[in-house]
Design a protein around this ligand. Structure first.
Ligand code: TYD
Length: 141
């Protein structure tokens, strides 16, 4: 199954989140196993990035994540060893789902960008691929 997932691209990676708009502004919501396909164990966020910052550049063995641009915009590229796709995230009502075994890189942060990451598990350095060649080997490339 994992191998089959790795053979496909990222056509269904963007998740439209509910957006409740009224004259007071907008409200969006993420519920575990309703809007995203995993239970939520951790939330972290990136902010104060210089425009030249490159973040990510790693993969995860088991972690699932959903990335939401809370403010501003940035580019995120996904690579499962077989297919690559880049996304320009700028809509706080849209999340990018990242399954396990995907290399991701985040660049081109706008001024004031805030990147929210919702994750399926606690922080565990042993879950990371920090080396791209090691990641490619693990996915069978
Ligand atoms: P890093 O993985 O380099 O961030 P990114 O991939 O978003 O660019 O993490 C930066 C540091 O923060 C690193 O020392 C690990 C630490 N960290 C935690 O302690 N807890 C966490 O949940 C995360 C995501 C990172």
């Amino acid at each position: 199954m994992e191998r089959i997932n790795n053979m496909v691209g990222f056509e269904n990676s963007l998740i439209k989140l509910p957006k409740i708009a009224d004259p007071r502004g907008c409200l969006s919501v993420v519920e575990a196993r309703r809007h995203i396909p995993f239970d939520i164990k951790r939330v972290y966020y990136l902010y104060n990035m210089p425009a030249s910052a490159k973040r990510g550049a790693h993969g995860h063995r088991t972690l699932e994540q959903c990335i939401i641009p809370m403010a501003g915009s940035f580019e995120i590229s996904l690579d499962n060893g077989f297919a690559k796709k880049s996304f320009h995230l700028k809509d706080p009502a849209e999340g990018l789902y990242i399954p396990p075994m995907v290399w991701r890189e985040l660049v081109d942060f706008s001024s004031g960008a805030v990147c929210l990451v919702i994750a399926s598990d606690f922080y565990n350095e042993n879950d990371y691929f920090r080396n791209y060649d090691g990641f490619l080997e693990a996915v069978g490339r």
